[in-house]
Design a protein around this ligand. Structure first.
Ligand code: C2E
Ligand code: MG
Ligand code: MG
Ligand code: MG
Length: 288
Protein backbone atom coordinates (compact mmCIF):
# COMPACT_ATOMS: atom_id res chain seq x y z
CA UNK A 1 0.00 0.00 0.00
CA UNK A 2 3.05 2.24 0.04
CA UNK A 3 2.27 2.80 -3.61
CA UNK A 4 -1.04 4.41 -2.73
CA UNK A 5 0.73 7.03 -0.69
CA UNK A 6 1.90 8.74 -3.78
CA UNK A 7 4.77 9.19 -6.14
CA UNK A 8 8.00 10.55 -4.79
CA UNK A 9 7.36 8.89 -1.48
CA UNK A 10 10.44 6.84 -0.69
CA UNK A 11 10.28 4.73 2.38
CA UNK A 12 12.04 1.85 3.93
CA UNK A 13 9.78 -0.83 5.15
CA UNK A 14 10.24 -1.57 8.79
CA UNK A 15 8.82 -4.60 10.53
CA UNK A 16 6.35 -2.33 12.24
CA UNK A 17 5.10 -0.83 9.00
CA UNK A 18 4.85 -4.25 7.52
CA UNK A 19 2.62 -5.16 10.43
CA UNK A 20 0.46 -2.06 9.89
CA UNK A 21 0.06 -2.89 6.25
CA UNK A 22 -0.98 -6.44 7.12
CA UNK A 23 -3.51 -5.26 9.68
CA UNK A 24 -4.94 -2.82 7.16
CA UNK A 25 -5.20 -5.55 4.58
CA UNK A 26 -7.00 -7.72 7.10
CA UNK A 27 -9.39 -4.94 8.03
CA UNK A 28 -10.11 -4.39 4.36
CA UNK A 29 -10.89 -8.05 3.74
CA UNK A 30 -12.98 -8.39 6.86
CA UNK A 31 -14.86 -5.18 6.20
CA UNK A 32 -15.62 -6.31 2.69
CA UNK A 33 -16.94 -9.59 4.05
CA UNK A 34 -19.03 -7.79 6.66
CA UNK A 35 -20.57 -5.59 3.97
CA UNK A 36 -21.32 -8.63 1.82
CA UNK A 37 -22.91 -10.68 4.56
CA UNK A 38 -24.48 -7.77 6.40
CA UNK A 39 -23.11 -9.24 9.60
CA UNK A 40 -21.30 -7.28 12.27
CA UNK A 41 -22.06 -3.78 11.07
CA UNK A 42 -24.44 -1.79 13.19
CA UNK A 43 -25.62 1.74 13.53
CA UNK A 44 -25.77 3.32 16.97
CA UNK A 45 -27.85 6.42 17.57
CA UNK A 46 -26.79 9.24 19.84
CA UNK A 47 -29.70 11.45 20.89
CA UNK A 48 -29.47 15.22 20.59
CA UNK A 49 -31.53 17.25 23.02
CA UNK A 50 -33.00 20.73 23.04
CA UNK A 51 -31.56 21.29 26.50
CA UNK A 52 -31.24 19.71 29.92
CA UNK A 53 -34.44 17.88 30.75
CA UNK A 54 -35.83 18.83 27.36
CA UNK A 55 -37.04 16.40 24.72
CA UNK A 56 -34.86 14.54 22.31
CA UNK A 57 -34.94 16.36 18.98
CA UNK A 58 -32.72 14.18 16.86
CA UNK A 59 -30.45 11.16 16.63
CA UNK A 60 -27.00 10.97 15.10
CA UNK A 61 -26.28 7.72 13.31
CA UNK A 62 -22.81 6.44 14.22
CA UNK A 63 -21.52 3.28 12.60
CA UNK A 64 -20.14 0.44 14.70
CA UNK A 65 -18.46 -2.78 13.72
CA UNK A 66 -18.98 -5.71 16.01
CA UNK A 67 -16.00 -7.81 15.11
CA UNK A 68 -16.15 -11.54 15.89
CA UNK A 69 -12.82 -11.54 17.73
CA UNK A 70 -11.78 -7.94 18.21
CA UNK A 71 -14.96 -6.66 19.84
CA UNK A 72 -16.65 -3.42 18.88
CA UNK A 73 -14.50 -1.36 16.54
CA UNK A 74 -15.12 2.40 16.40
CA UNK A 75 -15.40 4.31 13.11
CA UNK A 76 -12.10 6.16 13.47
CA UNK A 77 -10.40 2.79 13.07
CA UNK A 78 -12.11 1.59 9.92
CA UNK A 79 -13.64 4.59 8.10
CA UNK A 80 -10.16 5.65 6.88
CA UNK A 81 -9.55 2.14 5.54
CA UNK A 82 -12.95 2.18 3.88
CA UNK A 83 -12.09 5.53 2.31
CA UNK A 84 -8.74 4.33 1.02
CA UNK A 85 -10.15 1.16 -0.49
CA UNK A 86 -13.32 2.55 -2.00
CA UNK A 87 -15.47 0.49 0.36
CA UNK A 88 -16.80 3.75 1.81
CA UNK A 89 -19.29 4.06 -1.00
CA UNK A 90 -20.96 0.81 -0.04
CA UNK A 91 -20.54 1.34 3.69
CA UNK A 92 -21.84 4.90 3.54
CA UNK A 93 -24.88 3.86 1.59
CA UNK A 94 -25.53 1.03 4.01
CA UNK A 95 -25.48 3.46 6.96
CA UNK A 96 -27.68 5.93 5.09
CA UNK A 97 -30.21 3.23 4.25
CA UNK A 98 -30.30 1.98 7.82
CA UNK A 99 -30.68 5.53 9.16
CA UNK A 100 -33.43 6.37 6.66
CA UNK A 101 -35.33 3.19 7.54
CA UNK A 102 -34.95 3.94 11.25
CA UNK A 103 -36.14 7.52 10.84
CA UNK A 104 -39.57 6.26 9.85
CA UNK A 105 -40.09 5.02 13.40
CA UNK A 106 -39.62 8.49 14.82
CA UNK A 107 -41.49 10.98 12.67
CA UNK A 108 -40.88 13.85 15.09
CA UNK A 109 -37.13 13.43 15.30
CA UNK A 110 -34.46 14.04 12.72
CA UNK A 111 -31.78 11.48 12.03
CA UNK A 112 -28.36 12.74 11.05
CA UNK A 113 -25.88 10.81 8.96
CA UNK A 114 -22.15 11.50 8.59
CA UNK A 115 -20.91 11.69 5.03
CA UNK A 116 -17.35 11.00 4.02
CA UNK A 117 -15.76 13.38 1.51
CA UNK A 118 -14.85 10.39 -0.64
CA UNK A 119 -18.44 9.22 -0.72
CA UNK A 120 -19.69 12.72 -1.44
CA UNK A 121 -17.57 13.02 -4.59
CA UNK A 122 -18.93 9.91 -6.24
CA UNK A 123 -20.79 10.76 -9.44
CA UNK A 124 -24.51 10.90 -8.95
CA UNK A 125 -24.19 11.00 -5.18
CA UNK A 126 -27.16 13.35 -4.62
CA UNK A 127 -29.33 11.11 -6.79
CA UNK A 128 -28.27 8.03 -4.81
CA UNK A 129 -29.22 9.71 -1.55
CA UNK A 130 -32.63 10.65 -2.93
CA UNK A 131 -33.14 7.12 -4.18
CA UNK A 132 -32.31 5.61 -0.81
CA UNK A 133 -34.79 7.95 0.87
CA UNK A 134 -37.43 7.00 -1.66
CA UNK A 135 -36.78 3.27 -1.33
CA UNK A 136 -36.96 3.36 2.45
CA UNK A 137 -39.90 5.74 2.56
CA UNK A 138 -37.95 8.26 4.61
CA UNK A 139 -38.96 11.91 4.65
CA UNK A 140 -35.92 13.88 3.44
CA UNK A 141 -36.99 16.70 5.76
CA UNK A 142 -36.16 14.40 8.66
CA UNK A 143 -32.74 13.46 7.38
CA UNK A 144 -29.77 15.63 8.14
CA UNK A 145 -26.52 15.13 6.29
CA UNK A 146 -23.39 15.98 8.28
CA UNK A 147 -20.45 17.13 6.27
CA UNK A 148 -17.00 18.28 7.31
CA UNK A 149 -14.43 20.56 5.83
CA UNK A 150 -13.09 17.62 3.85
CA UNK A 151 -16.27 17.59 1.79
CA UNK A 152 -15.94 21.27 0.95
CA UNK A 153 -12.23 21.25 0.14
CA UNK A 154 -10.82 21.26 -3.41
CA UNK A 155 -14.08 22.09 -4.94
CA UNK A 156 -14.68 22.52 -8.61
CA UNK A 157 -18.24 23.68 -8.23
CA UNK A 158 -19.43 20.08 -8.00
CA UNK A 159 -19.81 20.19 -4.22
CA UNK A 160 -21.99 23.28 -4.24
CA UNK A 161 -24.17 21.69 -6.86
CA UNK A 162 -24.53 18.44 -4.94
CA UNK A 163 -25.43 20.35 -1.79
CA UNK A 164 -27.95 22.45 -3.68
CA UNK A 165 -29.62 19.35 -5.12
CA UNK A 166 -29.83 17.72 -1.71
CA UNK A 167 -31.28 20.79 -0.07
CA UNK A 168 -33.75 21.22 -2.90
CA UNK A 169 -34.89 17.65 -2.23
CA UNK A 170 -35.53 18.62 1.40
CA UNK A 171 -32.46 17.21 3.14
CA UNK A 172 -30.85 19.38 5.77
CA UNK A 173 -27.13 20.00 5.83
CA UNK A 174 -25.06 20.31 9.00
CA UNK A 175 -21.43 21.42 9.18
CA UNK A 176 -19.82 18.98 11.60
CA UNK A 177 -16.78 19.69 13.79
CA UNK A 178 -17.28 23.38 13.10
CA UNK A 179 -14.41 25.70 13.91
CA UNK A 180 -11.61 23.19 13.50
CA UNK A 181 -11.13 23.57 9.75
CA UNK A 182 -8.96 26.05 7.98
CA UNK A 183 -11.73 28.05 6.47
CA UNK A 184 -14.89 27.54 8.47
CA UNK A 185 -16.16 31.07 7.88
CA UNK A 186 -15.50 30.91 4.18
CA UNK A 187 -17.68 27.80 3.93
CA UNK A 188 -20.60 29.56 5.55
CA UNK A 189 -20.21 32.27 2.99
CA UNK A 190 -20.08 29.96 0.02
CA UNK A 191 -22.40 27.10 0.84
CA UNK A 192 -25.92 27.04 2.09
CA UNK A 193 -26.23 24.97 5.22
CA UNK A 194 -28.85 24.61 7.91
CA UNK A 195 -26.86 23.86 11.00
CA UNK A 196 -23.44 24.14 12.54
CA UNK A 197 -22.12 21.71 15.12
CA UNK A 198 -19.56 23.30 17.40
CA UNK A 199 -16.62 20.93 17.66
CA UNK A 200 -16.19 18.97 20.84
CA UNK A 201 -12.68 20.35 21.35
CA UNK A 202 -14.05 23.84 22.14
CA UNK A 203 -16.59 22.43 24.55
CA UNK A 204 -14.01 20.34 26.38
CA UNK A 205 -11.69 23.34 26.66
CA UNK A 206 -14.32 25.41 28.47
CA UNK A 207 -13.06 26.44 31.88
CA UNK A 208 -9.53 25.44 30.93
CA UNK A 209 -8.76 27.80 28.10
CA UNK A 210 -10.18 31.29 28.08
CA UNK A 211 -10.44 31.40 24.32
CA UNK A 212 -12.93 28.52 24.23
CA UNK A 213 -15.76 30.60 25.69
CA UNK A 214 -15.04 33.47 23.33
CA UNK A 215 -14.96 31.18 20.31
CA UNK A 216 -18.19 29.44 21.26
CA UNK A 217 -19.94 32.77 21.83
CA UNK A 218 -18.75 33.97 18.45
CA UNK A 219 -19.92 30.80 16.67
CA UNK A 220 -23.35 31.02 18.30
CA UNK A 221 -23.67 34.70 17.37
CA UNK A 222 -22.69 33.89 13.82
CA UNK A 223 -25.14 31.02 13.61
CA UNK A 224 -27.96 33.15 14.97
CA UNK A 225 -27.18 36.01 12.60
CA UNK A 226 -27.29 33.58 9.70
CA UNK A 227 -30.42 31.87 10.93
CA UNK A 228 -28.73 28.54 11.45
CA UNK A 229 -29.35 25.98 14.12
CA UNK A 230 -26.37 25.72 16.46
CA UNK A 231 -25.57 22.42 18.14
CA UNK A 232 -22.80 21.75 20.65
CA UNK A 233 -21.07 18.38 20.57
CA UNK A 234 -19.37 16.49 23.37
CA UNK A 235 -21.24 18.02 26.31
CA UNK A 236 -20.12 16.10 29.38
CA UNK A 237 -20.50 18.32 32.43
CA UNK A 238 -23.09 20.49 34.10
CA UNK A 239 -20.75 23.50 33.80
CA UNK A 240 -20.44 23.02 30.07
CA UNK A 241 -24.18 22.65 29.77
CA UNK A 242 -24.83 25.87 31.68
CA UNK A 243 -22.40 27.80 29.57
CA UNK A 244 -23.72 26.44 26.27
CA UNK A 245 -27.33 27.02 27.16
CA UNK A 246 -26.77 30.59 28.24
CA UNK A 247 -24.63 31.14 25.16
CA UNK A 248 -27.75 30.27 23.17
CA UNK A 249 -27.00 26.86 21.65
CA UNK A 250 -30.16 25.33 20.24
CA UNK A 251 -29.19 21.70 20.68
CA UNK A 252 -26.84 19.76 22.88
CA UNK A 253 -25.26 16.38 22.32
CA UNK A 254 -22.92 14.47 24.57
CA UNK A 255 -22.35 11.89 27.25
CA UNK A 256 -24.04 14.16 29.78
CA UNK A 257 -27.31 13.18 28.14
CA UNK A 258 -26.78 10.01 26.18
CA UNK A 259 -24.05 7.96 24.67
CA UNK A 260 -24.72 6.28 21.34
CA UNK A 261 -27.48 3.72 21.82
CA UNK A 262 -28.88 0.82 19.86
CA UNK A 263 -32.17 1.67 18.25
CA UNK A 264 -33.83 -0.78 20.62
CA UNK A 265 -32.47 1.24 23.53
CA UNK A 266 -33.69 4.46 21.92
CA UNK A 267 -37.14 2.92 21.48
CA UNK A 268 -37.21 1.76 25.08
CA UNK A 269 -36.16 5.16 26.30
CA UNK A 270 -38.75 7.01 24.25
CA UNK A 271 -41.42 4.60 25.42
CA UNK A 272 -40.61 5.44 29.00
CA UNK A 273 -39.73 9.04 28.49
CA UNK A 274 -41.24 11.54 30.90
CA UNK A 275 -44.26 13.57 29.84
CA UNK A 276 -42.94 16.09 27.32
CA UNK A 277 -41.34 13.37 25.21
CA UNK A 278 -44.16 10.99 25.70
CA UNK A 279 -46.88 13.12 24.26
CA UNK A 280 -47.70 13.12 20.59
CA UNK A 281 -45.77 11.37 17.91
CA UNK A 282 -42.66 10.87 19.99
CA UNK A 283 -44.17 7.68 21.27
CA UNK A 284 -42.41 4.92 19.47
CA UNK A 285 -43.77 1.79 17.97
CA UNK A 286 -42.60 -0.85 20.42
CA UNK A 287 -41.94 -3.25 17.57
CA UNK A 288 -38.63 -1.54 16.79
P1 C2E B 1 -18.62 12.95 14.80
O1 C2E B 1 -19.54 12.95 13.64
O2 C2E B 1 -18.12 14.27 15.25
O3 C2E B 1 -19.42 12.19 15.94
C1 C2E B 1 -19.33 12.46 17.31
C2 C2E B 1 -18.36 11.51 17.99
O4 C2E B 1 -18.15 11.96 19.34
C3 C2E B 1 -18.89 10.08 18.13
O5 C2E B 1 -17.76 9.21 18.12
C4 C2E B 1 -19.52 10.10 19.50
O6 C2E B 1 -19.66 8.83 20.09
C5 C2E B 1 -18.53 10.95 20.25
N1 C2E B 1 -19.13 11.62 21.40
C6 C2E B 1 -20.41 11.99 21.58
N2 C2E B 1 -20.59 12.63 22.76
C7 C2E B 1 -19.39 12.67 23.36
C8 C2E B 1 -18.92 13.19 24.61
O7 C2E B 1 -19.66 13.75 25.42
N3 C2E B 1 -17.59 13.05 24.86
C9 C2E B 1 -16.73 12.44 23.99
N4 C2E B 1 -15.45 12.33 24.32
N5 C2E B 1 -17.15 11.93 22.80
C10 C2E B 1 -18.45 12.05 22.50
P2 C2E B 1 -17.68 7.93 17.17
O8 C2E B 1 -19.00 7.25 17.10
O9 C2E B 1 -16.50 7.13 17.60
O10 C2E B 1 -17.42 8.54 15.74
C11 C2E B 1 -16.24 9.22 15.44
C12 C2E B 1 -16.32 9.88 14.09
O11 C2E B 1 -16.41 8.90 13.06
C13 C2E B 1 -17.54 10.75 13.91
O12 C2E B 1 -17.34 12.01 14.50
C14 C2E B 1 -17.66 10.80 12.41
O13 C2E B 1 -16.79 11.78 11.89
C15 C2E B 1 -17.16 9.43 12.00
N6 C2E B 1 -18.29 8.55 11.70
C16 C2E B 1 -19.12 7.88 12.52
N7 C2E B 1 -20.05 7.18 11.83
C17 C2E B 1 -19.81 7.41 10.52
C18 C2E B 1 -20.44 7.00 9.29
O14 C2E B 1 -21.43 6.26 9.26
N8 C2E B 1 -19.87 7.46 8.13
C19 C2E B 1 -18.79 8.30 8.13
N9 C2E B 1 -18.31 8.70 6.94
N10 C2E B 1 -18.21 8.71 9.25
C20 C2E B 1 -18.70 8.29 10.44
MG1 MG C 1 -21.13 13.91 13.11
MG1 MG D 1 -18.41 16.16 15.21
MG1 MG E 1 -15.71 14.13 13.70
Amino acid sequence: RAKAEGRGCYRLFTAEMDETVKVRGTIEEELRAALMSGEGLEVAYQPQVAGAGKPIVGLEALVRWRHPTRGVILPDQFIPVAEQTGLISQLGEWVLREACATSRHWPNLFVSVNLSPVQFRIDGFAERVMEVARETGADPGKIELEITEGVLLDDGGQTAQTLRKLRAAGFRIALDDFGTGYSSLGYLHRYEVDKIKIDRSFVSSLGREESAAAIINAIVALGQAMNLTVTAEGVETKEQEHFLRSAGCDELQGYRYFKALSKEQVARFLDHAPQPERRGALTVASST
